[in-house]
Every structure is written in structure tokens, then in C-alpha cells.
Design a protein around this ligand. Sequence first.
Ligand SMILES: *Cc1c(COP(=O)(O)O)cnc(C)c1O
Length: 391
Amino acid sequence: MSRLYFDAHATTPCDPQVVAAMLPFFTERFGNAASLQHPYGWEAQEAVEQARQRVAGLVGAKLRDVVFTSGATEANNLAIRGVIEAQLDSGRAPADLHVVTLITEHPAVLDPCARLEHVGVSVTRVPVQPDGLVDPERLRTLVTPGTTLVSVMAGNNEIGVLQPLAAIAAIAHGAGAWFHCDASQATGYLAIDMAAQDIDLLSCTAHKIYGPKGVGALVVRRSSKVTLAAQHLGGGHERGLRSGTLNVPGIVGFGEAARLAVARRADDGARVGALRDRLWARLRASLPGVHLRGAATPRLPHNLNVGFDGVTGRDLILALTDVAVSPGAACASTSADASHVLLALGLDEAAAKSSLRFGLLRTVTEADVESLADRLIELVPSLRASRGPKR
Ligand SMILES: *Cc1c(COP(=O)(O)O)cnc(C)c1O
């Protein structure tokens, strides 16, 4: 395929080393990690525990803190519904429970919150500033002593902005609430450290960091003393928090992806960030009417989100044959609605729909970026001309 891939926020390919690590666990090492009566099970369990250590190392947690799931969507559900339902199970009334989140969160956070609201839990969705960042002072006024959980992502999947996690953790903990962070986009590039940043629960997923799809984790710091209600009941796997036979090949792949990310994310971030900056510099120098969506810093190094006056993201995508790029979240790409994240920046619907999200892979080359910039610099003026002013 000669396609240029600029949709790294939707998913990334498996690193060849990840595939190599996984392969034996489909065939000769096929044991069930819970079959501890024989060596097949032992071998699988040992591989799972090694992966668990590596995923813990990815986020500055301990081996025992990691609960493997099917991805970040499930991890977010387990965190948010799990925390609140455990309180309901212990006899507290829904109206006494309060979740605070941002309006720019991923649907995998917003939808579980909406579900809880439906049963009477109070939910506050905090607006962001025009640069996409939450104002900690505003957050402080909305997190109260009655707040149970604060859920704020690390790096935004559409506009790449990095929320001030340490300040948010301090606000949550000052009110006696737990802090959950969806770090799906950030773990591949940032040295997230749950202990140093005081994060109680963290969601991550393999396929955003060059691992396989369908595996992720909720990391729950034991020292935070969080009580969670399991969302999958059954054989009591993962300390009863997530029953179901472990996806051993997937978990092994996640572990290898985590190990590689830790080893290379600083270098990757510097290189990819420089190419991202190069792309933006070329667009800005050669095209009038282009706008960076979200703060330039702090920002994920592999994200660029640009509004192009006078064209729609949809038209651009259609014209950019052989370039894989998307207007925003993959989950929302079938909907005709403007992105909720861009609208939250205060953009009107037309401005939101004029935007494209570029997600750079860590294997991106200078030639890829120059080629994309050339295509855009040629296409945007011609699309603008073909729309033309109506006479
Ligand atoms: C991709 C993504 C998810 C969903 O992760 P899955 O593993 O695909 O379920 C959740 N949150 C963010 C911020 C993401 O980027």
C-alpha cells in the first residue's frame, strides 16, 4: 500500500517485535494462564506476569495494580462505573455521588458518565478554554467535598492538548475524590508516572502504542484504596475485577509494546514532534486562512489539528486520495455532526467542520511529511476556488 497514514490517533500498526513476541502464544505456547495444574498454564501465566510488569512500568505503577481489559473503552467503563457502583452497592444514594469530567473527553468516558446520570448520579462536565485546556481554578470551584471521582484525560485524541494532571490530582484529592485519567494517547510518548502525578486509576490501550487491538488495562494504584465493582462477573480473574480467560497473546504483545515505548518514547517524541512542527510551519507559510486547533504546547508530539477556512474536512479527505486522515475520533466519523471537542473550543459548526486531525506514526519520515504538505498546499486553494464566492 502506497498510502500515507496520518491517522495514528485512531490506531497504530503492530511493531514487528510485538508480532514476534506474540506469535508463539497462538500456537505451541497456547496455555490458559489460569490452568495452574500443568506447564502449559504456568508458561502462559509467567508470560502474562512479565507483561503485567512491563505495563506497570509504562505508567509508574506496581505489578499488582494492573487489571487487563479488552482496551481503554472497557478500562474507562470499569473505572467510572466501577467506582460509582461500588458506592451504590455499599448503600449510598445516587444523588450523593458526583462525577466531574471535561466536555472534551472521549465518548468512552462521557457515555458511562451519562449512564450514571440516568440513574440519578450527578455529573458535571467542565468546559475548557479556547486552547482546549481546563482552567484549574474553574475546576476547583466545581469539585466539592461531595465529589466521588474526577475523570480527566492526559492527551486529547483530537487536538492533542495535555491537561495539567498534577494540578487536577491535587484538586481531586483536596476534595477527597479519586482521580481517574484516560491516558490512551499519552503513554506512547509521555513519561506518565502514577505515583509522582498522584493518579489513582489510569486507562491505557495497546493499539495506540504499536501493540495489538483488543487489549488494554485499567491500572489501579493499590495505595489509593479504591473500591471497584466488577463489570464482568465469572471466574474471578484479575483479582475478581475482570473475569474472563486472559487474552494471552494480546497481553504479551501489549507488554512488548509497553517495553518498546518506555525505551524509545523520548527519542520518538523529539523526532516526531519536530516533523509535526515542520508540517505546521509549511502549511502556515504557504496557505492563508489556516488555524491550529488546540494549544501549541503542551501537546502530544504526534498530533496536529488544523482548520482550513473555506473548505470542509470532508471535502479535503475525499480529495486527499491515498492519504489516510480523519476529521476526528474514529468512533464519530460516521456521524455528520461536528466534533464535540472542537465545538467545546468555542468554534462554530462551520469552523469545526473545516478541521482535519493529523496523527503521525513514529515511523513517519520527512518525505511523508513533505509529501502531505505539498498535497495540502496544492489542494486547499483549488478546493476554495471551486467552492467560489456565490454571485
Ligand atoms: C482510542 C481511545 C480510547 C478507546 O480505546 P480502545 O482500546 O479502542 O477501546 C479511549 N480513549 C482515548 C483517549 C482513546 O484515544
